[in-house]
Design a protein around this ligand. Structure first.
Ligand code: SAM
Length: 193
């Protein structure tokens, strides 16, 4: 397990308990789901699982993966409260060393970026399946000086990564007002051909 990521995220959730509070699913994902058939979904770096919970409540069976135990514990509690535990399989995992063992109808990567994982998991989509990515990108207007530029997408980068897919929707937009810093984000909904 990548001790660096684990220590960093365990500490982050410990020091900012507000990160463990229940939050709505991504508005962009909610919108995207209007045009996606139900099936098996994979939520990569799910955190406390706002998107996993929404997916389960809306007809998906979800594998939810994260490196932070406290976030997964919160997800389990919320899944019990919302009566969807039977639809969410959460696993503590280091995505640096992860290779999916099954095929999915939908893969979600939200507010997290791992380029090699993106490439690797494209193969884990069934033909006709969808990949949804929403995360932060480089932009001069960003409020937060991110020390690690590797965590930010280049302009139009998701279009390049998914050039072998059918791009259903792509956008670059300002993040929601409730987020701590004003940042530019990039989103894609791409269908495996
Ligand atoms: C900003 S949160 C995003 C959570 C969720 N996707 C959302 O949109 O609400 C990033 C998550 O990535 C997880 N993470 C970071 N590095 C990881 C790794 N190597 N393996 C698994 N999860 C990791 C963290 O624990 C954290 O929960």
């Amino acid at each position: 397990m990548s001790l660096k990521d684990k220590t960093k995220w365990d500490k982050k959730y410990q020091n900012k308990p507000q990160l463990l509070e229940f939050r709505d699913a991504s508005a962009q994902l909610i919108d995207a789901l209007k045009s996606i058939p139900r099936g098996e979904a994979l939520d990569l770096a799910c955190g406390t699982g706002r998107n996993s919970l929404y997916l389960a409540q809306n007809g998906f069976e979800v594998d939810a993966l994260d490196i932070a135990q406290v976030a997964l514990d919160t997800l389990t509690q919320d899944a019990q409260r919302l009566d969807v535990t039977h639809l969410i399989h959460s696993t503590l995992i280091d995505l640096d060393n992860y290779t999916p063992e099954k095929q999915y109808d939908l893969i979600v990567m939200c507010n997290f970026l791992d380029r090699s994982l993106l490439q690797k998991t494209k193969d884990s989509l069934r033909s006709g399946g969808f990949y949804f990515v929403e995360t932060y990108m480089l932009d001069a207007s960003n409020e937060k000086e991110n020390s690690d530029k590797n965590n930010l997408l280049e302009k139009k980068e998701l279009q390049k990564i998914f050039r072998d897919f059918e791009i259903i929707y792509y956008n670059e937009f300002d993040n929601e007002k409730h987020e701590l810093y004003s940042m530019k984000k990039q989103i894609i909904l791409a269908k495996k051909i």
